[in-house]
Write a protein that binds this ligand. Structure first.
Ligand SMILES: Cc1cc2nc3c(=O)[nH]c(=O)nc-3n(C[C@H](O)[C@H](O)[C@H](O)COP(=O)(O)OP(=O)(O)OC[C@H]3O[C@@H](n4cnc5c(N)ncnc54)[C@H](O)[C@@H]3O)c2cc1C
Length: 387
């Protein structure tokens, strides 16, 4: 049976220095009242914040300087992501482009795409959506039916995508399309394209979520023309491309820190010294357990970042972190609810109540977005040679 690897990582001096830098940036932002900390902050869309983060060098950190990056290690980027989430900073505008679209373009995009898009992403000015899921093709991505057909030096895309987060607010979407025969394993004949969401033929319709918010959409492609230079990877290589993109999507601290501000609010609500007389033993045990889990997740996720920094492909370990991490994210509101009496209102008077109300409405999606738990467990089982 294959083994899971989570080698302990000691942060190098560069990453420790970057932590001080990003903390100072976030402190200045807070003191100037430029953002209000919130839960699930990587879903909050604030282009002004993203531009300031870009100017400060916190987007595209690992990319070559020639493309607007900072040539930092993956561990430095990991530290910045953790600090942004822990501060509850509204980093949603640039999050997807920084986390997965930019790295995908850097590795597999054309030189034109790299030169045109990466510096704008790193400057916090250009944002992306993920165009994978379709009606009836969520977990089973290989069954996508959106088609791209070659016409001269361009491609014409027809079909639709669903659950596309922020497609109504961002500039581009990377679409997984069918360009050829699926072959015996159904993974052949797929190709990814960068689609300009302002292009003629793109229609975006809102889907409102459980919390009443407009965060995701349906996107329709009605004969949308895309030049060949906006293709990602080789024609027919889309399956390899999309699974590589998902490895970036699944491995980070956003899979266990979405509720961090609720956890700290719970601790404030219970009192600063769990275990002291005014805090009951049950509360102290519950908080202690959550904090211990958070520590373990942080070490595991940091180990994944270390493996990425060493050029390895820790896809199975990343799937495990997402599976355990998102379960943890769903447990925090359940524990917090036990220690809040009365109905919870997301517009409530104190921060703990508001954060709890907001997380209760968003938490059901945590284990779905980026791949469901059943799918992740299948990947883990396969990686361990169990299926
Ligand atoms: C908040 C949010 C944001 C999202 N943003 C985006 C986005 O920006 N872009 C995008 O492309 N998608 C996005 N998604 C879609 C998300 O990736 C899919 O919802 C997810 O992959 C599941 O697909 P599905 O909804 O079609 O469910 P289905 O695939 O129909 O699954 C339904 C149920 O069946 C289970 N199941 C399915 N197949 C198997 C199997 N083989 N074995 C065991 N169980 C199985 C699943 O685990 C699940 O419980 C988002 C989803 C959410 C909730």
């Amino acid at each position: 049976m294959a083994e899971l690897r989570f080698p302990p990582v000691r942060l190098p001096a560069e990453a420790r220095a970057v932590r001080e830098k990003v903390r100072a940036f976030l402190r200045d932002e807070l003191e100037a009242g430029r953002f209000t900390p919130d839960v699930d902050s990587w879903g909050r869309f604030d282009p002004e914040f993203s531009r300031r983060a870009g100017r400060a060098g916190f987007i595209g950190m690992t990319w070559p300087k020639a493309y607007g990056g900072g040539e930092y290690s993956a561990l430095s980027r990991f530290v910045v992501a953790c600090e942004m989430l822990a501060a509850g900073a509204p980093c949603g505008a640039h999050w997807i482009a920084d986390r997965q679209s930019g790295p995908q373009i850097l590795r597999h995009g054309s030189e034109l795409a790299r030169r045109t898009l990466l510096p704008r992403i790193a400057a916090g000015e250009c944002y992306f959506a993920i165009g994978m899921s379709e009606p009836n093709s969520g977990s089973d991505l290989a069954s996508v039916r959106t088609r791209a057909r070659r016409e001269g030096d361009a491609w014409v895309i027809e079909g639709s995508k669903i659950w596309t987060s922020r497609a109504h607010q961002v500039h581009y979407l990377i679409a997984l399309t069918r360009t050829g025969d699926p072959g015996p394993d159904r993974h052949q004949g797929l190709t990814q394209f960068i689609v300009d969401l302002k292009a003629p033929g793109v229609i975006i319709r809102p889907i409102h979520n459980l919390a009443g918010g407009h965060e995701f959409n349906e996107v329709f492609f009605d004969r949308v023309r895309v030049g060949d230079e906006w293709r990602i990877g080789e024609v027919g290589e889309g399956w390899r491309m999309v699974t590589g993109e998902l490895a970036f999507e699944r491995s980070g601290p956003d899979r266990f820190l979405s509720d961090y501000r609720l956890l700290t609010a719970l601790i404030d609500h219970l009192g600063v010294e769990p275990g002291a007389e005014e805090v009951g033993a049950e509360e102290a045990r519950a908080v202690g357990r959550l904090v211990a889990h958070l520590g373990a997740l942080l070490s595991m996720s940091q180990a994944v970042a270390g493996l990425l920094a060493a050029g390895e492909n820790p896809a199975v370990e990343a799937a495990l972190v997402k599976d355990v991490g998102t379960r943890f994210e769903r447990e925090i509101p359940e524990v917090a609810r036990r220690f809040f009496s009365g109905p919870v209102r997301s517009g409530g008077a104190d921060y703990f109540e508001r954060a709890l109300g907001r997380v209760m409405l968003h938490a059901p999606s945590y284990t779905l977005r980026g791949g469901t738990r059943e799918i992740l467990r299948g990947i883990i089982a396969r990686g361990l040679g169990l299926r």
